[in-house]
Design a protein. Structure first.
Length: 233
């Protein structure tokens, strides 16, 4: 009889604990701050205080997150075992949507990232988008690298690192793209037919850029410039 009572007490405690864990939409999660939204993406700047945790929140869409600074995070996905992640500055990962989780910051520094939801993921699942000519590859530049990380839902994700005075050679953007600054950036964009334009970004800043132009990018700052681009057809 005692064992039955003890079992019922454990079950009651689990039920109570679950009831005390609120489930919210990502837009209502206090650590997620909406920075940009359009028909292609919904972008959140995320900051979780040291040793703090988010609420249990839903990810309805496929998404990419870009880590800002090194961190260690406990990922508690609803219905699955806990996983501990050690993340480095600039780490970029894709995750399919359709789950809820809690992210707990195990480090003594804020856990920061930029989360980019793909708003047209359902369309991409039903009808696969056109393939890119190049979907993976590392390009060694004079004073930098351009690394195509992956293509998901028709979106090509690339990491660019440029030393001071290094230039990303002329390239064409047929469609729109999102720039995510990993480091602070001081860059000059030389657009064909328009001339030079200077851009200044803080780590974690995002900018949505239209397509239909060719340009070069030069790091005019005194430190390495590192950023992620997400290109859309």
């Amino acid at each position: 009889m005692k064992s039955v009572s003890a079992f019922l007490l454990i079950i009651s405690s689990v039920v109570l604990l679950c009831a005390q864990t609120p489930e919210v939409e990502i837009t209502a999660e206090p650590s997620h701050h909406l920075a940009l939204q359009n028909p292609f993406v919904r972008v959140f700047k995320v900051q979780v205080a040291p040793h703090a945790a988010t609420l249990m929140h839903h990810h309805r869409h496929d998404y990419v997150f870009v880590t800002l600074g090194a961190s260690e995070v406990e990922n508690d996905v609803q219905g699955k075992l806990l996983v501990t992640l050690k993340l480095n500055d600039g780490d970029t990962h894709f995750l399919p949507g359709g789950f809820a989780h809690i992210a707990k910051n195990l480090s003594g520094k804020p856990f920061r990232n930029v989360t980019i939801e793909f708003m047209q993921d359902e369309k991409a699942h039903k009808s696969p988008p056109p393939k890119w000519n190049e979907e993976r590859g590392m390009h060694i530049l004079e004073g930098g690298t351009q690394d195509i990380l992956f293509v998901k839902d028709g979106v090509r994700v690339t990491e660019v690192a440029l030393q001071p005075e290094a230039t990303l050679p002329k390239h064409h953007h047929a469609g729109p793209h999102l720039l995510v600054a990993v480091s602070d950036l001081e860059i000059r964009s030389d657009v064909v037919g328009q001339g030079p334009m200077l851009g200044y970004f803080k780590s974690g800043d995002v900018k949505w850029l239209p397509g239909g132009y060719s340009h070069t990018l030069t790091n005019v700052g005194k430190a390495e410039a590192k950023f992620i681009t997400l290109e859309f057809h």
